[in-house]
Every structure is written in C-alpha cells, then in structure tokens.
Design a protein around this ligand. Sequence first.
Ligand code: SF4
Ligand code: ZN
Length: 343
Amino acid sequence: MPVLCSSCAEKRAVLKRPKTGHSLCKECFFWAFEEEVHQTIVAAKLFKPGETVGIAASGGKDSTVLAHVMKVLNERYSYGLELMLLSVDEGITGYRDDSLETVKRNQQQYELPLKIVSYEELYGWTMDAIVKQVGLKNNCTFCGVFRRQALDRGAIMLKVDKICTGHNADDVAETVLMNVLRGDIARLRRCTAISTASEGEGVVPRCKPLKYAYEKEIVLYAYFKKLDYFSTECIYSPNAYRGYARTFLKDLESVRPSSIMDIIHSGENLSVREGVKMPVQGTCNRCGYISSQALCKSCVLLEGLNRGLPKLGIGKHHRLHDKILSQQPLTEKEERKLKSVDF
Ligand code: SF4
Ligand code: ZN
C-alpha cells in the first residue's frame, strides 16, 4: 500500500522528512521547507524592504538552495529585496574553477547579477600557491580568514546592505560542538547568532536564513527540485577537527534526529558569566579591518606568506605584531621558529 502524504492526504508520500519524521509528497515537502525558512526570516527580522542582499554563492548545495529559496520567497512574500550572487575564487585548480562554472549557470537560471572576487586579485596569492608554501595542515586557516574578508570586500564593491550565507543547522551545531570542545567562549557566544550587525567599517552585516534547515533536507530539496549544484569536496580539505565534530554529530543524529536542533538550542541558551574577559574589538593598523590585535589575522597571515614565514599567523604571536608594524627586524631565533612548515 503506498503511503499517503501526511500533509495533503491526497498524493503519495515520496520521502520521510529527516527533521520531523513526517511522510510527505514532493510539493508538501517543498512548501514545508520554504515556509520554515520564511518563518526564520520573519521571526528574526533578517531583511528590510528595499535592501540589497548579496547571497554568498559557492556553487555547492547549501548556497544553491539558499539562492533558489531566497528568490522564491522574495517573490512569494514581496520582501522587496534586490538579490545578487557573490562568489569568492580561492584559486583552487580542479575545484573552485569547476564550482564557479556552476555559479555562472545559476546566475543565468536565477537571473541574478554575479560578482566574483579572487584571492589572487585581493591578496596576490591563490590557495594553490599558499598550499605549496604552508602545506596541507593549516591551509584552511588561511582560506577561512581570507574568505571572510574577501566576502566583505566583494559586498562593498557590490554596495550590498547585507550578505546571507548558506550555513545550515548541521554547520551551526557542529560549530557549537567545536567551540565547546575548544573552550572558545567568545566564539561560542557568537556562533549561534542568526545575524551579525556590522562590527565596524568594511564589515557588512551577515545572516544565515538556513540556520534551522537540516543538511539532509537541503540535499533532498536540491535533489527533488533538480537544482544545478556542484558536489565535489575541496581537494585541500583536511580540517580534521571539524571532521570529528561532524562525524560525532551525524552519529548522534542517526539515533536522535533532534540532536541537531538540541545542540543549537543549547548554544543559544548558554550565557557567559559576568566579568569573563572577552577580546576587545578594534581595527587593524594596516588595513583598517576589524581586529582585536594591532594587526588583523588576514594581514598577519599575508605578512607571513610574503616573508616566507608561514607560521606567523598560526598560533599566538601577538607580541610580534608591533615589531612587524614598525618594520623592526625579527631575531634569527624568531625567524627560525616561524619558518618551518612541519606543523
Ligand atoms: Fe578553503 Fe579549506 Fe574550504 Fe578548501 S576546505 S575551500 S582550503 S577552507
Ligand atoms: Zn589588516
């Protein structure tokens, strides 16, 4: 006996929703998924009419679903938003060049303007070149720091009011777990926020409309909608620590699907005891980007790359920032310590 959709009770159910366990037909699933994203947007007041919103687009499933759903909801509920796609080209041959082709097709399919900013034009380094110098252990640190700033710079070039990213519920839960395991209180407090206000000049507010969407449902949505997305993993993806958190989360989800939401809620409800010291946000003395140190992370990493001292931005070398800024030479011992790439 075919199972009927538990929502419309007319059509045949084609899937069991990973988030709720309901058996639904395709149309009712699309509707439920889109409505939940709409509710998230409305409840958190993510956008105002007339705003220009840059959708961070990588060509992957999350950002492709985000672009699609944002376009659908913007029309269905007359959000009054001007949507654009914003992509970062990290310079990873065999990965990003292919996924950017997907973004270019998405641009045509969704008829949205697209801006691509590249690490090479912004920093003078591609990820291919960075990996050659730093190896495969800390490459994601460089990539993550550079991406954050690249998105802001692209957003400013496009004059967008906000950036929305495709972070899903699994990503947020994973980050909560990682920050708990590392005892990173400052990040733990920030990581569940659905939106961030501008933290200073050059920093565009960000939000995560898919914050409560399960990754499994994003995959189902993309599959049943036949969306055009790129599913290959980055060739430089070691990020072992996140990998463990991810595997742990998937194991939890398989015995208790609500674990993902439960972890997010735990993160949202944690409060930091009064008097706990938090980093004070200032600006980078070199590029003006937000930073809690004399130099922002991106400038330190770049300085390290340009000087052939790749370890400069890895670990804590804050006391060297002033030295670098005032162009004082490093001692031989300092240089030696920062040079080795066997980290
Ligand atoms: Fe960059 Fe690492 Fe992501 Fe690859 S896996 S795109 S290197 S952050
Ligand atoms: Zn800087």
